[in-house]
Design a protein around this ligand. Sequence first.
Ligand code: TRP
Length: 441
Amino acid sequence: MTANADRGTWSSKMGFILAGAGSAIGLGNIWRFPMITGQYGGAAFVMVYLGSVFLLSLAVLIAELSLGRATQRNPVGMYNALAPGTAWKLFGVLGVLTGWGISSFYSVVAGWTFGYIFKTAAGAFNNLGPDEIASAFTNFISNPVASIGLHAVFMCLTMLILFGGVKEGIERWSKILMPLLFFILIFLVVRSVTLDGAEKGLSFYLLPQWDHLSLRGVAAAIGQAFFSLSIGMGTMITYGSYLSKKENLISSARWVAVLDTSVALLAGLAIMPAIFAFGLDPQIGAGLIFVVLPNVFNEIFLGNLFGTGFFILLAIAAITSLISIVEVPAAYFIDELKMSRKKAVTISGGGAFLAGIPAALNGNFLDWMNIIFGQYSLIIGSLGVSLFVGWKWGTAKVAAELRAGNPNFKSDKTYAFFIRFFAPVCITLLLIFVVAFPGLF
Ligand code: TRP
């Protein structure tokens, strides 16, 4: 039973996969993945990332969806329902806070994307060289009116969609333009890998140099896998709570992971060769795609049109993700504090807007928010979910939940191994390392 009629459910399996992929695919794939792949040395980082998606994150994703569907609750309500009166709910509280933390800076970057739609359409980067394009970006983000204004516009759009509720709001949007984004990326990849000087970027991206990988890089790769799959915060608990018992959670989760990872890998393949072809620095950080891509568009026939289309689709991908982040605190207010959807979304989105103002004004602050909430918080949240499912709720219960939509499910032991031992041990070791040796890397 849903606790509150304002919650809603997905209309079909396809509806969930599209909404789940809509949440997963966003700035995480196209902005964040290339940025940190550049910072942490390329191919070796990508290998760890891939391992982390399919060995670690998929197990946590399945756990989150099961918990959400079993309890029909937001993260805090879920822990309260399954382990009443215990401290487990602190993981849920962390998730709600992380929702604010991530949505605050996410909306700022989404605002930049929005600004780039208009700049590209107006031909602002035509005839500019790589250095000029880089300084155009710096000027753009150091204009406080533009960055706060665009952040505000983006957050308002997100809230408007969320007022419509889960099915009408989230699902419909996710269905529409994601496939187009995929095609435009493939086209970009083709242009990028055929640029003069692309080989260097290709080898950076595809040939692992293990000595370039640090432990901090491993933590970043695992954090990125969690960020990209929207786990560790409760998004997938909340989205799972809108799933019907008929759905096969494992195949839904696998679909979401495959789609999400393909988009990230394609984005890397579009960006990395171009970085080197234009003589740019892979480590420049948050501005990476905004500094690299206009150069690629300049090399394409009808590049302005194409670039405008790209930034429109990226903004849409960002909005289908941002709604899934803002929805977490909102679902908490609706379920636990019995607020109306309108009020819950207003507080959740309005709070995230205010929290994002410092990030809109200061790139350094944005980087810190990204590391603290986008990496450490998610690692802790995922540890919480795997410990909870493996040791408290129990592997028999999760297997029963998985069998609900998939009577033939027989991999109880394999799944139990991953969620009870593999995930908690890997994540704990990593956390110990990064906390104990903060200056080592
Ligand atoms: N996965 C999304 C992206 O890649 C962002 C996102 C949505 C997210 N929900 C989340 C990240 C929950 C962490 C946790 O853009």
